[in-house]
Ligand binder design. Structure first.
Ligand SMILES: [Fe+2]
Ligand SMILES: [Fe+2]
Length: 333
């Protein structure tokens, strides 16, 4: 999921003076992008394009993996066997998304160990949405509905990203995200239609808590987006943050009516002239606070991820030992 953090990068490296050969390579690269062709790992690419993609794809991979943590808390507390199997399948999907994305990023010449070390040291970002707590079972439904829903809006355009391995990974990921969104909506729908007044109140409360952070998943407003223009130029990003956010709000406002929940924005209303919903101001101070590390669960999430990685060391060691043994046997045969 969850590509919000991708616009947030350290200051770009200084532009260096180019050789004639580089100018020609650059010209051909730009022409390829303009023609709508895909870039493959062995093709020449500008260093800045490579770095941008490593940052974006690895942040995306980290988000998939960290995103398993808030949901993992609820596997043992799922209300029925059916909901438990669905939740387990979803969490497994997210692990798979992390795997495809780390693999895509590795084709750009950065190892998975390096990327994971950056995550575990706190240097790399992941989507801030996962720094919010999951307080009730309704949060599992709302994460599917709103968080996976926002992820789909963000990610469908990435299936046409100019870097082919990323685009290919996104095709499968988007199919699975759409299942995630629907299972969340379905869980909430059951609670709203067949549930008790307390259960309906849980759905409304979870919606109130997740609505604004979901809108922040599209990243800062276009006017403040650090890399927006360059990423659009290179076909890494196809639709701007604000346009995606608007699309999400328009779709979700209708779904909220079907569910029978109220989105917590008194200014939300259809604007006939614009052909879109108007909405109230987003608290960007909160967004930057959470991105900066001061969200409700930042420390807890990172600590849980590092612990999971450390606890899994024996599995990685065993797999490597097994692979070595197999290789030795094959050589001997
Ligand atoms: Fe995912
Ligand atoms: Fe998902």
């Amino acid at each position: 999921m969850y590509t919000q953090a991708m616009d947030l990068a350290p200051k770009e490296e200084q532009r260096h003076v180019r050789s004639l050969e580089e100018v020609e390579l650059m010209r051909r690269f730009d022409a390829k992008i303009d023609a709508g062709d895909y870039v493959e790992p062995k093709d020449w690419m500008p260093e800045h394009y490579r770095k941008t993609l490593v940052r974006q794809i690895s942040q995306h991979a980290h988000s998939e993996v960290v995103g398993m943590l808030p949901e993992g808390n609820w596997v043992t507390r799922a209300p029925t066997l059916k909901r438990k199997t669905i939740l387990l399948a979803k969490i497994q999907d997210e692990a798979g998304h992390g795997l495809y994305l780390y693999s895509a990023a590795e084709t750009l010449g950065t190892s998975r160990d390096e990327m994971q070390a950056a995550l575990h040291s706190g240097k790399a970002k992941y989507s801030s949405i996962f720094n919010y707590p999951t307080l009730t079972w309704a949060d599992m439904g709302v994460i599917g509905w709103l968080v996976d829903g926002a992820a789909i809006m963000n990610q469908v355009p990435l299936t046409r990203c100019s870097y082919a391995p990323y685009a290919r990974a996104m095709v499968r990921i988007c199919r699975e995200e759409s299942f995630h969104q629907r299972q969340g909506f379905d869980a909430l729908n059951v609670m709203m239609r067949e549930g008790t007044p307390e259960q309906r109140a849980m759905v409304q409360d979870a919606t109130n808590r997740w609505w604004w952070p979901s809108l922040m998943m599209f990243g800062p407003p276009d006017a403040e987006s650090v890399h927006g223009t360059q990423n659009m130029r290179w076909g890494i990003k196809r639709i701007s943050n604000d346009d995606l956010r608007q699309k999400f709000i328009d779709a979700t406002a209708e779904q909220a009516k079907v569910l029978g929940v109220t989105l917590p924005d008194p200014e939300l209303k259809w604007n006939e002239a614009r052909g879109h919903h108007d909405f109230g101001p987003i608290d960007w101070a909160e967004f930057w606070r959470v991105v900066g590390g001061d969200g409700p669960c930042n420390k807890e999430r990172l600590a849980a991820r590092v612990k999971a990685y450390d606890d899994g060391a024996w599995v990685r060691d065993a797999a490597l030992a097994y692979a070595r043994k197999q290789a030795t046997r094959q050589e001997a045969a």
